[in-house]
Write a protein that binds this ligand. Structure first.
Ligand SMILES: N[C@@H](CCC[C@H](N)C(=O)O)C(=O)O
Length: 270
């Protein structure tokens, strides 16, 4: 099986080109690929498949005539996720580099709906992330203590928690415990602090992958939680793996950041 490896702010992915949907991608195969010692290593898998050959039910607006390609995203533990903000930039870069797409403006299908992606002239990739819902308060139990935040949906579920004293003092070694009534399918937990006007720092514990160096949807969730309700804003968000920019307005969010393909090869793990 051909594969590529890519990352966006060091959130890294194994990319599997499967245009005609011939692959039986089991959770066990995903965990084997993502294993950092016995596999290729990654926070998740991006299966590149034509929307027209997918056999799962697609969200409204994700038709093969409007979105030829579907980002079939899997977390490192093999679970499915609705959306991946870093992954979709890497996915777009792969489509373009491999010649599967020739345009700079792409519309890509995801389980959270269709997303418009622009490969910028200067190298970064901008994604229209769609609507962002900032809901009521929620909490997580981390390292025996309770952390309060806002429940945010960016197509996938997040708890974005503003913390005092910097994000480095928070131990994200163990999975945060979330209220199953609020997060029936689990969730991603972000801790963030404002460093200066317009600049946030953030760390994340991702559902299905553990602590990662970055999470694009998490970056958007933190930026939305830091913005007073009803206001537009631009935030630079620093994560351990780099920096992204979030533009928020009444329609939702756009996320801009880097996307790189670093290797290609063959694997017998699938
Ligand atoms: N790393 C991603 C998010 C991947 C999915 C997430 N772990 C979930 O289960 O919702 C990003 O960049 O957004």
């Amino acid at each position: 099986m051909r594969f590529a490896k890519g990352h966006g702010t060091e959130n890294d992915f194994v990319i599997l080109p499967d245009p005609d949907g011939e692959l039986d991608l089991t959770p066990a195969a995903v965990t084997a690929l993502c294993d950092r010692r016995s596999g290729i290593g990654g926070d998740g898998v991006l299966r590149v498949i034509r929307t027209s050959v997918l056999d799962e039910e697609l969200p409204e607006g994700v038709g093969s005539h409007t979105c030829p390609w579907f980002m079939d995203y899997r977390n490192a533990d093999g679970s499915l996720a609705e959306m991946c903000g870093n992954g979709i930039r890497v996915f777009a870069r792969y489509l373009r580099d491999s010649g599967l797409a020739t345009e700079r403006f792409l519309r890509i299908g995801t389980r959270a709906g269709a997303r418009e992606v622009t490969l910028e002239e200067h190298g970064d990739v901008t994604v229209d992330m769609g609507p962002v819902e900032v809901d009521g308060p929620g909490s997580a139990v981390l390292d025996g203590s309770s952390l309060n935040g806002r429940v945010v949906s960016v197509g996938n579920p997040h708890l974005a928690c503003e913390v005092r004293g910097g994000v480095d003092r928070i131990d994200l070694g163990e999975p945060p415990r979330l209220d199953p009534a609020q997060f029936p399918a689990g969730g991603n937990v972000e801790v963030f602090s404002q460093l200066e006007p317009g600049v946030l720092e953030m760390r994340v514990y991702e559902r299905g992958s553990g602590e990662t160096r970055s999470c694009g949807t998490g970056i958007v969730a933190a930026a939305a939680a830091a913005t007073p309700r009803g206001e537009g804003a631009t935030w630079r968000v620093r994560v351990p793996g780099g920096e992204c920019v979030v533009f928020l307005d009444a329609d939702g969010a756009r996320l801009r950041g880097p996307a790189e393909i670093v290797a290609e090869g063959d694997t017998a793990l699938v």
